[in-house]
Design a protein around this ligand. Sequence first.
Ligand SMILES: *[C@@H]1O[C@H](CO)[C@@H](O)[C@H](O)[C@H]1NC(C)=O
Ligand SMILES: *[C@@H]1O[C@H](CO)[C@@H](O)[C@H](O)[C@H]1NC(C)=O
Length: 141
Amino acid sequence: MMGLKTLLLVSLLGVLALRVAAGSHHGLTLPGAPYNVSENDPGLQQAVLDGTYFFNNQSNDAFLFKPSTIHRAQRQVVKGVRYIVDLEISRTICHKRDNKDLSNCDFQPEGRLHQTFQCHCEVWVIPWLKEIKTEEFSCKS
Ligand SMILES: *[C@@H]1O[C@H](CO)[C@@H](O)[C@H](O)[C@H]1NC(C)=O
Ligand SMILES: *[C@@H]1O[C@H](CO)[C@@H](O)[C@H](O)[C@H]1NC(C)=O
């Protein structure tokens, strides 16, 4: 017969397991709820890069833009991972037609061509399908 002590121990372990499952995000987190993610998160960086390609492909600008500041970055698990990002992108010195790698493109210096947009971006990543899709990238100056 299970003694009272064992019963207590079992329920205590149950509580501990629940706490561990809730993870390091300040107590309980709801499954599927978005939570903040570090700017250095590799998944976030990949998502922002994809969003930036999406933006550059859609824009009529002669130059490429790239991210200059990340204001807020969140990650949400929904049939894959959705990244929700508020960021600034700024015009670089690279002409679109030159098809350069963005990492080699410096920002425009202060002056006529210097420009920054405030953007909201949502990118959906499905790791097991190696799929990444920018669902929204909207900007205002
Ligand atoms: C770029 O835009 C064109 C037409 O607007 C589209 O056909 C193409 O799939 C886009 N490429 C990417 C990488 O989004
Ligand atoms: C998430 O990040 C935003 C912007 O950096 C901040 O204002 C907010 O307090 C953060 N939320 C949590 C729960 O840490």
